[in-house]
Design a protein around this ligand. Structure first.
Ligand code: SOE
Length: 384
């Protein structure tokens, strides 16, 4: 019998990400019946009792906690899933590692490199199994991009370009901080678009194209002061509203990255394009089932960009879903990550990105921030 071993989940935080992860835990067994493990929604934790009870009832969690420390002490929980704001990731994960729990943590793992270093030290000491929810890797078209690059179809890579564009903070009257707006308070988030959005682009980029060696960056904060939702006072805004950087990858290719919350008209547009010696690929989150591919080996009269609809059973993850031609969505990337995590419990392999992988992304983020502040190129220290 499959799906019989339990992985008892303790979810901390019940916002947007709490919902995406819970959906992943609930769906995975139906679509990956061959897996030996199945997630059990053992407990959910949030400070607001009314909210956490409603969440538990809606999603089917067996119990609730209002203090994450109590959750970690429980011996009926195997894995802690951290979906709280960034300023709590380090304390919770270090305590969870010491208590012998596995950890699934939202991105970015930390507010800065010093914090992620402490987390990596703690999980290495405890030998903890970890994964970080850089979910876009597990959209079939993005995984296919990885397969095409690894198979050598692109040849030597020359260029990597990525954007992550939003527009939700343009209004100067939008407060910063507190419920729903902690991403705008650097004390809680660590940074603005750098940690929230560019970290996704950096994670994907280093997975596809190897480590980033050095960076030259600029950041801007367009609205300098905002009312803080918690204090009611006008306070300085210290997040980056926009951030762009250029870089060298260790394989010699050049990278250009841009992210902003001031690109009017764009809600969550993540795109990347990679140009190689033999072929190029590009991908767009708004058309997430498609991978654009140009192969210079194609016969002249039909040569051009082709749009691969990544819905066929022999393409990544798609044999698990419907029939060729029928697409899947954003939420499936989380189902896939749960499936890969459960599989890794059987194989003993790491479920990448682990804390160690996410720490490499933190190295790049730190270098980007240092470069923007100093106006000079910075080495990242990423060696792969
Ligand atoms: C911010 O708006 C956000 O929700 C990020 O926090 C997510 O990581 C990204 O995937 C979508 O945008």
């Amino acid at each position: 019998m499959k799906n019989t071993k339990e992985l008892r989940i303790g979810l901390i935080g019940c916002g947007f990400m709490g919902r995406t992860h819970s959906n992943g835990y609930k769906r995975v067994g139906d679509f990956f019946p061959e897996l030996g493990y199945r997630p059990v929604l053992q407990a959910v934790c949030a400070r607001n009792e009314e909210k956490v009870k409603a969440f538990a009832e809606q999603w089917g969690y067996k119990s609730v906690e209002t203090d994450w420390k109590k959750m970690i002490e429980r011996d009926d929980i195997d894995a802690i899933d951290i979906c709280t704001p960034n300023d709590t990731h380090a304390e919770i994960s270090i305590a969870a590692a010491a208590a012998g729990k596995m950890i699934l943590c939202e991105k970015p793992i930390a507010r800065n490199l010093a914090e992620s270093q402490k987390m990596v030290d703690a999980i290495e000491k405890a030998g903890t199994k970890t994964t970080v929810w850089y979910n876009y890797r597990r959209l079939p078209a993005v995984t296919l991009a990885k397969q095409l690059i690894d198979s050598g179809k692109l040849g030597k890579i020359f260029h990597y370009r990525a954007n992550f564009l939003q527009d939700w903070t343009i209004n100067a009257n939008l407060p910063q901080g507190g419920e729903g707006l902690w991403r705008m308070d650097a004390a809680v988030s660590g940074s603005g678009v750098l940690g929230d959005l560019l970290s996704h682009c950096i994670d994907t980029a280093m997975w596809l194209n190897g480590g980033i060696k050095d960076v030259s960056a600029m950041t801007e904060t367009f609205i300098k002061e905002r009312v803080h939702q918690l204090t009611g006072k006008v306070q300085q805004v210290t997040i980056d509203d926009a951030c762009a950087f250029m870089c060298h990858f260790n394989n010699g290719s050049l990278g250009l990255f841009e992210s902003t919350r001031y690109a009017r008209g764009h809600k969550a547009l993540y795109t990347f394009e990679i140009n190689g010696e033999h072929a190029s690929i590009r991908w767009d989150l708004h058309d997430l089932n498609r991978l654009e591919y140009f192969d210079n080996a194609d016969e002249g009269i039909v040569k051009g960009w082709r749009s691969i609809h990544v819905t066929d059973g022999d393409q990544p993850y798609m044999s698990k879903w419907w029939v060729p031609g029928l697409g899947i969505g954003y939420e499936h990337s989380f189902v896939h990550q749960v499936a890969d995590f459960l599989k890794s419990l059987e194989t003993g392999e790491p479920c990448s990105p682990t804390f160690l992988d996410a720490h490499q992304t933190e190295k790049v983020c730190q270098a980007v921030s240092d470069s923007a502040n100093s106006g000079s190129w910075k080495q990242t220290g990423v060696n792969f």
